[in-house]
Design a protein around this ligand. Sequence first.
Ligand code: HEC
Length: 160
Amino acid sequence: MKKLAIFSILALFVFACGESQSREDRLAKAFPEKAEAQKKDDGKGIGEITSVTLNNPLDAKMVENGKAIYELKCAACHKLTDQRVVGPGWAGLTDKRKPEWIMNMITNVEIMLEEDKVANDLLKECLVRMPNQNISITDARDILEFIYQNDLDFAASQGE
Ligand code: HEC
């Protein structure tokens, strides 16, 4: 009981001081492991996906399925060009992000928006939370294949 009281006082103290600190500092104090993980951010995002093996050439069947899901569940907010609608356009995505990051963004969006620096910055820019649509890992992998195909097509259309 005594310990609890001391802890409460300490907690009060920490929060009282928190006012003048940045959000990052407060988070780093409250969750040291997370802060550590963020420091050595490997660009793969946060979630189940730690390693993706890419296909070369791309798998046409996967591209086709990925495209169908895109049209149904993503096209309302994402264009295939580099133009932003609600969310960022997808052209150039595979140059900017690692495949693991893209798949974690699709399958673990809530956590990514909160804890991944890049995703969190996008949220601040777009001001709309991308919804979780319960995309399976298999479907997310097919969407990723389509995203790679889209980048090939987009580069070709730009005469690159
Ligand atoms: C209601 C609109 C909406 C829908 C539907 C949506 N997204 Fe998003 N998406 C966003 C927004 C907005 C962002 C930017 C982060 C944020 O603000 O949440 C984003 C970000 C992303 C990013 C990161 C883009 C970048 O430039 O790094 C990926 C990848 C992505 N979405 C994939 C998908 C996929 C795949 C689907 C369909 C299964 C989908 N999104 C459906 C709104 C949406």
